[in-house]
Design a protein around this ligand. Sequence first.
Ligand code: GEK
Length: 259
Amino acid sequence: MTTNTDDIYARDNPHLVDFAFDQRVVDVFPDMIRRSVPAYETVVPLSALVAARHVPNNGVIYDLGCSRGATTAALLTYCDPSIRVVGIDNSQPMIDAARNQMSALTSANDAARVEWRCADITETPIAAASAVVMNYTLQFITPEQREVLLRRIASNLAPGAPLIYAEKVVLDDPQKQAWADSIHLEFKRANGYSELEVAQKRSAIEKVMIPDTLDTHLTRLKQVGLVNSTIWFSCLNWAAFIAFAPEPAVPTTVPAEDG
Ligand code: GEK
């Protein structure tokens, strides 16, 4: 796998355009996300371990917003070999890179268990899912579309199947949010981003990546009919969630009275 160091925002650009997952971003993506998202390298494998716990053999897991396939590869590694993964992303260069590098991230046998799909996750069918994993992607869906997408995911999960996802979040307490945001800034500086890079990336991304509050996430999961939601990881203003499709109600048999 050849990927490059992210220097997209290193030079002053008076004509900044909104951030997009184009070839330039795809080429530096592993470096960009590792240096920008605290605990990315922990959450990706953990999300696959969490999924592996809940998915039956022969199941199908959807990885929505799969990018270059880091989560897909972790799912293939940690889940039973009978389990298949559908990796979906609407950036063609991401899907091409994922397909090309998959055998470097996992074995050739495992790579054959993936179906890659270049499609919009708000439109493409998600049928009979044994689990849906959606790491750091809901934040790029327009806020008006988020509940509709989650409703569609919820209605296509098998009974008891999980939705697992990680996101940047806004903390409910403004003081804690300001503190977490400032440490996140330190994290990016410590990973070698300059003030100019941080500032230019922030202006390019602020209209396309809009985080929700923790409360919005948990309330919406409930509203779309998912149950037992839990935050299974949190770090500064980043969090990972799980919620389950309800199991069908077990009919209660009323014991017949004698006589
Ligand atoms: C990882 N999960 O490495 N339909 C399909 N894909 C979309 C859509 C959409 N409507 N909108 C955005 N994307 C990955 C990381 S990155 C997170 C996910 C980040 C895709 C977009 O093309 C990009 O590849 C991905 O969602 C978000 O585990 O860059 O911060």
